[in-house]
Design a protein around this ligand. Sequence first.
Ligand code: HPA
Length: 252
Amino acid sequence: MTAASVAVIGGTGMNTWPGFEGSGALDGDNAWGSPSAPLQQGRFADTPVLFLARHGQGHHIPPHRINFRANLQALADAGVRRVIAAAAVGSMNEAVPPGALALPEDCIDYTWGRAHSYSDGPDLPLHHIGFTEPFSPLRERMLEVATAASVPIHPGGVLGVTQGPRLETAAEVRRLRRDGCDLVGMTTMPEAALARELGLDYAVVAVCVNWAAGVGSGDIHGEIERYAAEGMDRLRQLLTAVLPVLAEDDAR
Ligand code: HPA
């Protein structure tokens, strides 16, 4: 067990976490396998927190190969109750330019072939989880804290989750737009649904690093290089404000 009730899952560009003071690691192995990396125990903004590198320590695990079930189970086994999931995304909404953060309110799952449920065997319970609001109530709490601390963040958006690891075609992004998506990433599903199956409070912080395919100048990799650091700085600002408040909530 750990004293941390909150975990941060770090995505692309966040395999290490400046400002995080590590104090040990848990291997986190469980019935579903090994998590992407050991769970790092430590403190950020003087608050106990667990950190998990979603793509592994050396960023070697592609989105479709992540063992999402082992990752979420490891966090639940460690005593975590709330999960802040950082995810790099492309944007098709001009209100969320590269370098900006968003707290999406909903998502559409375009992934396939991923192990996406714990209800997956004759001896395992079958749960039809409610998923109308995939990121509540942690999302609302983070939004309140970000607003009070004047951390700039787009308060919503629909996140389309694609299979990857390739980026989308321009026609795929036009379809995402028609479907009502504002942002596109590769890892929020099945992560968010598995968190819900385990009863974890989960919210995604989308870190916009590029315009989606066919939306901007076309130099997606150049944009990612240019804007990733800015997005990560904003994410650090957000976590500095949010983590102490969540710890206070839990102490009540
Ligand atoms: N598409 C999908 N996932 C992403 C993107 C994108 O444009 N940028 C960062 N992650």
